[in-house]
Structures are given as structure tokens and as C-alpha cells.
Design a protein around this ligand. Sequence first.
Ligand SMILES: Nc1nc2c(ncn2[C@@H]2O[C@H](COP(=O)(O)OP(=O)(O)OP(=O)(O)O)[C@@H](O)[C@H]2O)c(=O)[nH]1
Ligand SMILES: [Mg+2]
Length: 587
Amino acid sequence: MPNTGKSTFFNRVTGASARVGNWPGITVDLFASKVLLGADMVEIVDLPGIYDLHGFSDDERIVRHFLEDAAVDLVAVVINASQIDRQLGLALQLRHVGLPTALLLNMADEAKQRGIRIDTGTLALELGAPVALLSAKHGHGQREAMAMLAHALSSVPRVPIGAVRAQLAADDRIDVDTAAALKAAVDIPERMSEQLTDRIDRVLLHPLLGLPLFFLLMLLVFEGVFALGEPLQRALQWVFEGVRTAALNPLFAYAPAMVRGFLLDGVWSGVVTVAAFVPLIILFFLFMAVVEDSGYLSRAAFLTDALMAKLGLDGRSFVMMLMGFGCNVPAAMGTRIMRSRGLRLLTMMIIPVSLCSARLQVFLFLTAAIFAPAQAPLVIFSLYVMSFVAAIVTAIVFKGRFRSDEPFVLELPPYRWPTLRQIVLRAWHEVRHFLRRATKFIVGGVVLIWLLTNLPAGAVPGSTDTLAGMLGRLFQPVLAPLGIDERLTVALIFGFVAKEVVIGAFAVIFGFEGQALASDLAARMDWVQAYSFMLFTLIYTPCLSTVAALRAEARSSGFALISVTWSILLAWAVSFAFYQLARHFGY
Ligand SMILES: Nc1nc2c(ncn2[C@@H]2O[C@H](COP(=O)(O)OP(=O)(O)OP(=O)(O)O)[C@@H](O)[C@H]2O)c(=O)[nH]1
Ligand SMILES: [Mg+2]
């Protein structure tokens, strides 16, 4: 079942870092990892959660195909022990189709809190499958669960490929059997005690206060990120500058000017200017991890569901947008939990305008350079609001084209304290993401930009005679009305590949890094130009990876093309309107 702690368990036993969150539908793809279990090397696969075997959404299909085609030796069915009465049926369903199963009753801690008592021995007899009770998040009962799995694995008969498919239909006895097993082995208190969750929800889901509280909370997150992150970022910049003056400059003092320029002003400047923002990004995601893992994200879906329905979307689309704050690619993949194709496509239309961490870097940099410190969190917040506005406009424009009539019942998970372990895993996830993108795009991007801004030989680096200058001039007729000059144009062109490249590109194009770059930019552009540039960066195509993900998920190149064209047009229109109006009113 979704949100039962499969990935948490998987991470614990394999040491992997599959994404975990308090929201059904976090995992949408297969993750595999090998571990030693007893005396055997086994491959464990983390699957997306499903409600039943006959579902029609893409992730349910993935699970069904996997079970049919992969000849698994054992299916470890993870269910939430505190909801055993509603979830046991799925375990029986799997058992009835002839799959070798073992049952992991996770969230033993929550079940205990609610006074639910489960006799695992009796339950195992009733089900005809081994049962273990555990709490994957806290690691309780994990050793026993692994021993149980090892034992089950050595004693079950192997299932030949194809045997499952034939039997998928036969499940009429399941309700009867579930009731019998529950009666024999499980004791659920008649009236659950007054839950803390209900009490918190009475405030946070208040019909009038709910949404304002949500925005207030997000604003607090930004204030917090800035308050803690700015000093960190400055410290890191200071270290990078120190390394350069103390070590790199002397080291390359006698190297040919071209080599020195390439390595120091190209690669080094570009990469460290971007890297200085990593602490801020990590902080942002630590805060978001708390919001997400606490269960508040599902409440956000609930609060916005009515508004989203008017736009032809639902609460899940909103959550996918929030996930897009991290990276648009997994958000696009996350739409697999939706059954209706229309709804999926419409959600995928709005995801690319969601303000991802790479854009956040650009905004943090420009905001710090151009605006006063007190204004910075507000400017960033306004860009998040603009991200939603762009999504709403997009949905209104496309909702006639992509229709959905899928009914949607939202399940609110209980609030949970995030554990340190999960927060650290999440931070590590972000750092790894950055490093991967850095090696893939940033280094390549800054090298290419350095070449463009220094060739042809003889041209003054960074001047309008270079290749970059010519490229910038080519687009001037379109971008000048937005207040975007030739040099910024080059950064935007590279930003099409990946937004991580943009500030690295600034460093190379303007020939400064860190603080010096910020002051140089402040002298070159006013706030209207900077904001117009940020609006364009926010709305136009996020990166090539997102385009590829959209194409793959929609299984349509036409769709990807529409998305790219639309986002560029919208970006242009919004920046144009802003820039011209601001200038008109004398700013
Ligand atoms: N209280 C408690 N919470 C847990 C336990 N195990 C996992 N969780 C929490 O349950 C939530 C869901 O965990 P995941 O591991 O993402 O669940 P999943 O089954 O992989 O979910 P999907 O991938 O969406 O199907 C997270 O907030 C976890 O922190 C547990 O033993 N006790
Ligand atoms: Mg998962």
C-alpha cells in the first residue's frame, strides 16, 4: 500500500537513499539493491505502493507487470499496522494469486499508540504466511523481520514466470478471509482515543484560516532559510576567494595567459560561484523535508483541492508542483499516480513553471546582488507566488484540451515527526543531485561559455566581438524589450540546457566571481531589469532533462514541443508586461 514505509524499510536494510515522504505515491519507479540475507545474496526491489492489484494507474501497472514478469522469490508485503483492518486485504489478494508472500506489519509504534494489539503468531496461521511486526523508521524489530524474510525465502517454492498472470482474477473469497483473520488475531479498540492529529487539523485545515496559514508558513520557511543560510554562503565565498588568492593564483602565475584564464576565470570561477549556493539550497530542502515528512504536504493538497478543481486539476497536481520545487523531473514522474491521461497531461503542463532548486540558485544570487537584505525573502517569496500564478494561467489555457473526470479521494496521513536520519538522507540526496548536475552541465556549460566569450582569438574577452557577443546580438531584437542585454541573453541561452549554468555563466561572462560578481552586476543593472530577468528565468523551459522527462512520461514529442513553446511565449509575455509597465511608471 502507498505510504506504509516500504522505502523507509528498503533504505534501512540496503543503505540506499530512495525518496521517503509522508504522502502516498512518493515512489513511482523500481529501485533495486543487493544485500546479504542469511547466507544468500538477494536483490531487494522497492516498488511503488498500490491499493489493489487491479488498478489502472501507471504505477499500479508497473507493479503488476513486475510481479508477473520478474519471477520474484518472495513478495514482502508492507502494510501499516495501525490501519491493518483496511490494508490486510491486499496481502490476501497477493497470497491468493499464488505469490509467495511474507507480511511486514510496519509502523508498530503508531499501532501501539492507538492501542491496537496484533497476535502475529495467530495472524500467520490464519494467512498461511509468515508475519513480522516492526517500525522501519525507528529500526525496531528490523533484525527479527530480516530473519523472518531469510527463513521465508529458504522455505517457499519458486514461482515460474507466467504462473501469476493466469490467476490474477480469482479473489472473491478475500473479504471473508480478511474478516476472519482480523477477528482471530487483531484487537482494535472500539473508540480510538482523541488523536493529536485531529486537534492540529482543526486549526491547520480551518476553512478560512487554512490557506493564509499555509502561505504564512511558507514565508517563515524562507525567512528561516535566509537567516541561517546567508552567513554560511558568505563564509563559503570567503573560503573560495582565499583558496584562489593564496593557492591558485601563485600556482598558475607562470602558466600561459590562455590556460590561466581558462582554468581560473572559466572553470574555477563558474563552479565555485554556483557551489556557494549549495548550503542555502540544502537548508531550503531541510525545511521542506520537515514540511513534507510531517504530513503537512497532504494538507496542502486538501486546502487547495477546491481551487485546483476549478482549474481542471486536483490536490495531487498541487502537491506535484510543490515537489517540483525540488526538481521538475521527479515531479513529472510523480504524475504516474493519476489514472486519467487528461489530468496527467494538464499537471505536466504546469510542472515546468514550478520554481526548482536550480532556478532558486539564480534568484538567490541576483536577489542578494540587487536588493537590500530585508527585501530578499520577500522578493523570493514573490517569485514563488508568480510560479503559482503562471501555473494557474497555464491550467486555464489548457484545461479545455486535457480533460479529466477522475474522482479523487484524498487520504490524510497522521502527522509524524521527521527523524534526524531521514533529514540527513534528504540533505545528502540534494548534495548528490547538485554534484551530478554539476559534473554533467555546470562544468561543460562554463567551459563552453568561456570559449564563446574568448573566441575568436584577438577579440577582447567578453566584448561584443566574441562569438558570445554575436549570439547575444542575434537575440537582441526579441529580448531588449524585456530589459535583457546581450550578455544576459547568453546566460539565458545556456539556461535552456540547465538553470544551474546561469550564474556560472555570469561569472565567466563578466569575469568576476562571488562577491565581486555581485557588485559588478549591481552596477550594471537596476532592480527592474533584474526582476524581469528572473521572471523570464522562472517561466521559460526549466532544462533539457525536464523536456526529456515530459516527452517520456507523456509518450509524445508533440506534447513536449507544446510545453516548450508555451513556456517560452508565456515567459516572454510576462517579462515584457512587467518591464514595460515598470518603466512606464517611472521605475
Ligand atoms: N511512525 C512511523 N512512521 C513511519 C514508519 N516507517 C515509515 N514511516 C513514515 O511513513 C511515511 C512514508 O514512508 P515511505 O517509506 O515513503 O513509504 P512508502 O511505502 O515507500 O510510500 P510510497 O512510495 O508512496 O508508496 C514517511 O513519513 C515515513 O517517515 C514507522 O515505522 N513508524
Ligand atoms: Mg516509497
